[in-house]
Write a protein that binds this ligand. Structure first.
Ligand SMILES: [Zn+2]
Ligand SMILES: [Zn+2]
Length: 301
């Protein structure tokens, strides 16, 4: 059972996969035949029984197709959140809180210092910079799955209708989102576009590419990056990011704590990030809470 398509959650070479149709499409795109021998799609809200356990997938609001896994057996309900956020995202279905007996939450930004600003404000910063420096190409680092498409959708929501140029590594998943009905406006592949034509344009590229010698062929590149980690100034500085944009696909501290209180599960397991503060918070609130240590996970943000 796979919550979503990020590589630290969806791996290749599975025997049997149960996931939303969106996640299965993403896994097929990334892994081809190696996604798994049998891929079983389960739409949001539908149920299936696996060895006496009823399984249902509920939107997690993280990326397209992302789901919480709801497991029920003899009147006990366990919810595995996967990665999630609570803010509206035009590219995926919103998180649905699900009352349960045990809730397994992520904790990527599980410290009280992490409070993400409104994404509209961050997109305005980018558009403001573009107006201030019309000669410079704005190169924005984005993850290929989720962040790229969300930044596109947010730009369109803010009224930006110019074509956005995409690094080759971002094209396939963006096309997949479009084919699944997410409207992202005019996008063009970057390859073959003359240097002069990229003045005052927005180029999206994977975070690693923003530091590449590759980027020097762009006209006076102004390097931005869209990530929840951009709240940590040293990280932005160390990566040479001139314009940090705090746009996260993970819940911040307020969203994590609000969610714990909303699902009101007696038992809270915390994983995938900074567990201690959230375990402490939940314990103070009267829940039984503990860190669930998983091996071999890498952060996707
Ligand atoms: Zn993820
Ligand atoms: Zn993750």
């Amino acid at each position: 059972m796979i919550t979503h398509g990020h590589a630290d959650h969806a791996r290749s070479d599975n025997e049997q996969v149960l996931a939303t149709p969106g996640t299965i499409a993403i896994m097929r795109e990334r892994y081809g035949e190696a996604a798994g021998a049998s891929l079983q799609p389960l739409a949001y809200g539908e149920t299936v029984t696996v060895r006496h356990v009823t399984v249902r997938l509920v939107p997690a609001g993280h990326v397209l197709g992302s789901a919480q896994i709801v497991l029920e057996h003899r009147g006990t309900r366990v919810v595995v959140s996967g990665d999630y956020k609570r803010r509206p995202d035009p590219t995926c279905a919103p998180f649905e809180p699900c009352a349960c007996d045990a809730f397994i939450t992520e904790a990527t930004f599980g410290l009280p210092v992490f409070r993400h600003p409104p994404d509209t404000r961050e997109i305005d910063k980018l558009l403001h910079s573009l107006a201030l420096f019309p000669e410079r190409c704005h190169l924005v680092g984005v993850y290929a799955l989720g962040k790229c498409q969300r930044v596109l959708a947010l730009l369109r929501q803010a009224g930006y209708q110019e074509p956005v140029y995409l690094h080759g590594a971002l094209i396939k998943l963006t096309e997949l989102y479009e084919s699944l009905g997410v409207r992202l406006g005019p996008v063009l592949p970057l390859s073959g576009i003359p240097r002069e034509a990229l003045k005052g344009r927005i180029v999206l590229a994977p975070p690693s590419a923003t530091a590449d010698p590759w980027s020097r062929r762009l006209p006076e590149p102004l390097v931005a990056m869209a990530s929840g980690w951009m709240q940590v100034r040293q990280r932005a500085k160390a990566r040479g990011i001139e314009l940090p944009l705090v746009i996260s696909d993970h819940a911040d501290w307020d969203e994590l704590t609000a969610t714990i209180d909303e699902v009101a599960a007696e038992e809270i397991w915390v994983t995938h990030g900074r567990e201690e503060a959230l375990v402490y918070y939940a314990t103070q609130r009267g829940y039984r809470a503990r860190a669930l240590t998983l091996t071999g996970f890498e952060e996707d943000e």
